[in-house]
Write a protein that binds this ligand. Structure first.
Ligand SMILES: Cc1cc2nc3c(=O)[nH]c(=O)nc-3n(C[C@H](O)[C@H](O)[C@H](O)COP(=O)(O)OP(=O)(O)OC[C@H]3O[C@@H](n4cnc5c(N)ncnc54)[C@H](O)[C@@H]3O)c2cc1C
Length: 827
């Protein structure tokens, strides 16, 4: 037994990293670990995965620590620095050197009622177990805090099936990482998931009312009746032991240390979230890991110093990407905003616009690993390209740090690939890259590809199969529920990547009404309410107007409905009429009137066919050579309700003048003297692409049959959220191959594709009518589950140009997709 006694207080993420480092570098220490929690260290960063079916064991960071006396459930209660002992319930533990790694505690604002049953924090597995138990059989939860942690907690409550509301004191979400524009785009995404967001609002008092909770806020008239409240409003370092023993404390809390992690006592080190490194507390794991390495090195006789911290963060909350890296602000900035796609990006540049200093990404963080690793280097050439594909060659120098949590460079990763690491798991084992926050995993995949290794196409961690393979499995086995599919062919409980993907597959293969039984829980909010959620928490109503053709009677009905329910009306580019501003509880009443007048769902909310736009065609236009309106109506009625990997748009032009802009669509048809030309794989919006010519001068029957096959082949083989444009580009052999498959039947599958489309056409039924005829489905259309007749008081309107707008937004300049290619100097 060694006579060098080392006591470590806290077996959290950083304490555990320290133990691994010290036992490897200097096994001569006799180490005692005093740990408050009942289980060995676990991955707190991935805590939310607990709700996703990953149990405590799956999160465990327990490792083999030879010679370490680990005392679980034995918190340190006092520190006597003069006697060099730490007290616990079982006695006194003498030390020669002491390492404090006690982490942080969740901050709970001092408001009345914060200690009531049903009020929680979000820090430990026990917290999550308690939240889960409370949520059982209940419907509603409030999260106080709209930062990184609050969003995680809100995502978790949603996974538990609770209707969830975020209350955030700052004027926008993730205010520490994002600017106002980024926070606004993020809010849109979060609301689309069905999570309510109230910013510039604070809870002031909580009381118990009939077994539930009621939280009042500082906004007049706004209170939440709920079943549970989670405080996720920041953390405070657990520096109590240190304070009481007279160690020096940082100005804003935390145990003050120098760059060697030494405190004001030469025998006491502090590491992780509890340390105020030269006065700064870091709430992230990567700086903590760096401190663990420094302290271990010092105790092994080395001279390491804290290298500084990279505070970059990336969060994937239920499929929404948010990332911030390097500087969030600076003298120059290039911004990109696409409100329709919900994408915002900002790159912060040096004064001479030559060097990337940092930036933020919302809605698409694929370029994050590349951009983060490129901070301090030259500005990337084409931000829009990066955002659209994320697939550019990394072009990183060997010295670039790919994994900031574990300080792993590109050179180390490429070295591991050369030595035989053939997948991400092997790279993780070998280099530790990707084992922290996981945000560099896509980059690891890219580097594997750059190193010549073929990379997995699995949907997510719950299914090893690609979307196309899952499609085949569902088709062959006849499985009709997500739970059966994951039980037989996947692992865990599923996530926001695989659930909607499977929902779409089940719907494409005829899984009944999308709100039937278990199917309902798989849908995202838009599908959930058969309407698109708008920026102020109201919904859109978009009836189908096939080909844009409408009778005066139906126009009058739309006008009357919009007037009676106070809806904003707008004629869209897809040739129909959107009605905005509907309260969720009004949706069934509005649709009752529309359905009675012969309208049906326009599927504006679904990953399915939107509109088939048309020009006026031969009947009214002097130039038209084909009846584009009739063809557009026929196509729209044929493909309405068809669920697909991404939304589908189409258009028919009656002649080569192309007034319907058919070549910018997923499938576009243009009339010729001899029949029709068919174009596929076009795209507007974010990454415009002209569609490719698939067929020329064909008759109507051939045209429709080929579109049937094109759509069914796409639905069966495309990746999750892959647009037809990217799918066509991804096919080896491109448009020629597609022609061989769809026209010449190269794969011998045309009969099956035809049969599948025939089945779709036959079983089509209007989704809104299905809801109106079913009292159970109607029950979901309420603002507050607990008070079905109460409209949401936070929804406010103002009148502009004779119509209603969300309060505070009308007249404010709203950018379309904008790439400020030339950096703008900030004033
Ligand atoms: C839900 C969630 C998500 C997160 N996501 C991210 C992320 O994406 N990226 C990121 O970088 N960071 C994230 N973090 C923060 C990250 O988890 C922390 O930075 C990290 O855990 C800090 O490690 P630590 O060892 O300092 O503290 P902890 O992991 O908190 O460990 C401290 C340990 O000390 C114990 N302890 C305290 N007092 C005593 C005592 N008196 N005696 C004995 N034991 C004691 C505690 O019980 C605890 O087990 C997240 C945190 C949470 C809660």
């Amino acid at each position: 037994m060694s006579d060098k006694r080392l006591v470590v207080v806290g077996d959290g993420m950083v304490g555990r990293r320290f133990l691994e480092a010290i036992t490897e570098r200097d096994p001569s220490w006799a180490v005692t670990v005093l740990a408050e929690e009942p289980r060995p260290a676990y991955d707190r960063v991935r805590l939310s995965a607990f709700f996703d079916g990953v149990g405590a064991e799956g999160l465990s960071l327990a490792s083999d620590l030879p010679g370490v006396d680990l005392r679980l459930g034995e918190p340190a209660t006092a520190l006597d620095r003069a006697a060099r002992t730490v007290r616990t319930a079982s006695g006194s533990h003498p030390y020669d050197k002491l390492v404090l790694a006690t982490g942080s505690a969740a901050f709970v604002p001092p408001i009345e009622g914060a200690d009531l049953d049903g009020v929680f924090v979000y820090r430990t597995i026990e917290d999550l177990e308690a939240i889960k138990a409370r949520a059982e059989g209940r419907r509603h939860g409030v999260v106080v805090g709209g930062g990184l942690l609050g969003l995680e907690a809100a995502g978790a409550l949603r996974l538990l099936g609770l209707e969830t509301q975020i209350v955030e004191f700052a004027p926008w979400l993730m205010a520490r990482q994002l600017d106002e524009a980024g926070g606004g785009v993020l809010k849109q995404h979060i609301e689309k998931l069905g999570i309510g967001v109230a910013c510039s609002t604070g809870g002031t008092r909580i009381e118990e009312v009939d077994g539930r909770l009621r939280m009042e806020t500082d906004r007049e008239g706004l209170a939440y009746e709920t079943d549970l409240i989670v405080f996720a409003a920041g953390v405070r370092p657990r520096d109590g032991l240190a304070r009481e023993s007279g160690l020096e404390i940082g100005e804003r809390g935390g145990i003050l240390t120098d760059r060697s992690c030494l405190t004001s006592d030469p025998d006491v080190y502090a590491i992780g979230e509890v340390a105020a490194m030269e006065g700064t507390c870091y709430g992230l794991v990567a700086p903590g890991y760096a401190m663990a390495e420094v302290a271990a090195d010092r105790l092994a006789g080395g001279e390491a110093t804290f290298p500084g911290a990279d505070l970059s963060t990336k969060l994937k909350l239920l499929g929404v990407d948010v990332a911030q890296f390097g500087a969030a602000d600076g003298p120059l900035a290039t911004t990109y905003l696409d409100p329709a796609e919900g994408v915002y990006a900002k790159l912060v540049l040096s004064d001479d616009a030559q060097t990337l200093l940092g930036g933020m990404l919302v809605g698409n963080a694929e370029p994050y690993p590349l951009l983060r690793a490129g901070v301090g280097g030259p500005v990337p050439a084409a931000l829009a390209d990066l955002l659209s594909s994320g697939e550019a060659e990394t072009g990183l120098p060997d010295t670039a740090q790919v994994c900031s949590c574990n300080a792993v460079t590109k050179a180390e990763i490429m070295g591991a690939v050369r030595e035989g690491c053939a997948d991400v798991a092997a790279l993780k084992d070998c280099t530790r890259a990707g084992t922290g926050c996981g945000s560099c995993v896509p980059m690891l995949k890219q580097l594997l590809a750059e190193g010549g290794v073929e990379v997995s196409t699995s949907v997510c961690e719950h299914f090893t199969q690609s979307r196309a393979e899952l499609f085949d499995i569902v088709k062959v086995t006849g499985i009709t529920t997500f739970s059966e599919l994951i039980a037989r062919h996947g692992t865990g409980a599923g996530c926001d990547l695989c659930k909607p993907a499977v929902a779409s597959i089940l719907a494409s293969l005829g899984g009944g009404h999308i709100l039937d039984g278990e199917q309902a829980a798989l849908q995202d909010t838009n599908d959930h309410f058969l309407a698109n959620l708008q920026r102020n928490g109201t919904y859109s109503v978009v009836p189908r107007i096939p080909g844009g053709e409408i009778t005066p009677e139906k126009l009058i009905v739309i006008g009357e409905v919009a007037r009676d329910f106070g809806l904003y009306t707008k004629i869209t580019g897809g040739q129909r009429i959107d009605m905005f501003g509907a309260r969720v509880e009004d949706l069934p009443k509005i649709w009752r009137r529309l359905v009675d007048a012969g309208f049906e769902s326009g599927h504006a909310y679904g990953k399915s066919l939107r509109t088939v736009k048309s020009c006026v065609g031969t009947d009214w236009c002097r130039y038209g050579v084909q009846d584009s309106v009739k063809m557009a109506i026929d196509l729209e009625l044929r493909y309405r309700g068809l669920r697909s990997p991404h939304k589908l748009k189409s258009a028919v032009s009656g002649c080569a003048r192309e007034c319907a802009e058919a070549r910018g669509k997923d499938f576009g048809v243009i009339g010729t003297e001899n029949g029709w030309n068919l174009y596929v794989g076009g795209n507007g919006g974010f990454t415009p692409r002209h569609a490719d010519l698939l067929l020329a001068d064909v008759d109507s029957e051939t045209l429709v049959r080929t579109i049937d096959r094109f759509l069914m082949f796409y639905i069966a083989t495309a990746d999750r959220l892959q647009r037809t444009s990217k799918w066509v580009e991804s096919l080896e052999g491109g448009i020629d191959y597609l022609r061989e498959v769809l026209v010449e039947d190269r794969l011998g599958i045309c009969a099956e594709l035809d049969a599948r489309m025939a089945a779709h056409v036959e079983r089509y039924a209007d989704e809104w009518k299905g809801v109106l005829d079913d009292p159970e489905k109607l029950q979901r259309f309420v603002s507050f589950v607990n008070a079905p007749d109460t409209p949401d008081p936070s929804i406010e309107f103002e009148t502009v140009r004779g119509q209603r707008f969300p309060a505070g937004t009308a007249g404010r300049p709203q950018a379309g997709p904008v790439l400020l290619g030339t950096p703008e100097r900030k004033r």
